[in-house]
Design a protein around this ligand. Structure first.
Ligand code: ADP
Ligand code: MG
Length: 157
């Protein structure tokens, strides 16, 4: 597996990139977003969710840890869970809150700050890294599973 790196000149480019990722998604995926505060993780998720047909707001669930969405994907409804684990501290909360069950073959999980949950999270299919680069951002995509790799071959940034 090899990394794909894309330059994102401005916020619009980050939104567009999220939309392009949305076009190759399948149910059951988990995608983890790495990068510092302000790197553009939520912006990318916003572009992705809008492409999937979500018309409303997308804001990072900093205090609630997860925000659920329901969208349509190839004729069926898809549950999308957007996690922001920046403030996650209590491992016992993971199962108590039912988070484990959110990762299932018919959902899509997008996770900001996955490192905060340590070993609790299952392995990601795709890992994204956003970094400040020149006046914009740089995105690195890496697949971690066969399905993730297949998806990235169809991805057309
Ligand atoms: P994070 O979720 O990683 O903390 P956000 O998505 O909230 O970051 O984005 C932080 C800021 O970065 C926003 O003001 C957004 O407009 C800006 N931004 C996103 N992508 C780019 C880009 N490619 N170039 C410049 N600014 C960007
Ligand atoms: Mg965020």
């Amino acid at each position: 597996t090899h990394d794909i790196t894309i330059k994102l000149a401005d916020e619009a480019a980050t939104l567009k990139c999220g939309a392009e990722i949305a076009k190759v998604l399948v149910p059951g995926l988990s995608i983890y977003l790495h990068g510092d505060l302000g790197a553009g993780k939520t912006t990318l998720v916003r572009g992705l969710l809008h492409q999937l047909g979500h018309a409303g707001k997308v804001k990072s669930p900093t205090y609630t840890l997860v925000e659920p969405y329901q969208v349509q994907l190839s004729g069926g409804s898809l549950n999308v869970y957007h996690f922001d684990l920046y403030r996650f501290i209590d491992p016992e909360e993971w199962d108590a809150a039912g988070f484990r069950d959110y990762f299932n073959p018919s959902s899509l999980c997008l996770v900001e700050w996955p490192e905060k949950a340590g070993e609790l999270l299952p392995a990601a299919d795709i890992e994204l890294l956003l970094q400040v680069y020149e006046a914009g951002r740089k995105l690195t995509l890496r697949s971690n599973s066969a399905i993730g790799a297949a998806l990235l071959t169809r991805f057309n940034p």
